[in-house]
Design a protein around this ligand. Sequence first.
Ligand code: CA
Length: 224
Amino acid sequence: MSQRILIVEDERKLAALVQDYLHQSGFETRIVTEGLEALPAFRQFVPDLVLLDLMLPGRDGMDICRDIRSSSQTPIIMVTARVEEIDRLLGLELGADDYVCKPFSPREVVARVKAVLRRGGGKSEHQSAGLQLDEQGYKALLNGKDLGLTAVEFKLLRQLVAHPGRIFSRSQLMDRIYPDERIVSDRTIDSHIKKLRKRIEAVDSESELIHSVYGVGYKFEHRD
Ligand code: CA
């Protein structure tokens, strides 16, 4: 049975374009262009994933995301027109699984949809990337080889890996890694990320696991 995607998007042409691409990839879809119709459509269509635009007539994407989350863990990908909005959305902890910024290529959206759905079952994303975390020993192994991480690098990696595809801003990472020190600068996170990537590269030069999201922050994602 094909998986179902609910597309909540008021730009009809864009919705139809995304729908075409999703159909080509074997998904079943339904389009909703009005915010107030989103929840009834969600209940009736029972999608496997919701592609949710932020700015909608009737009820906005944030409220719809909360409505859905109050009763369901169905994956949600939020769509926004501005990269700056992602930072604000992250701060609101809406419980969305991923964020896509407009303008996007429909191919990219399909890839994200597949990635988010893949996380739903079976192996976790970091396991399929060949990564193992040893919580007690503060050790991370990639393809069985110890990455030799410092405690801070381990905590960073653990935080990102726990939420594959989710973008963390630098300040969110700082809060989680240095809960009692607020004097650490944004640059500190950047430099730890840089070192973390180097250690991953040293073990597997093909492995790109930590991704920067321009102007926003970082995320863990295994792309194959
Ligand atoms: Ca819109």
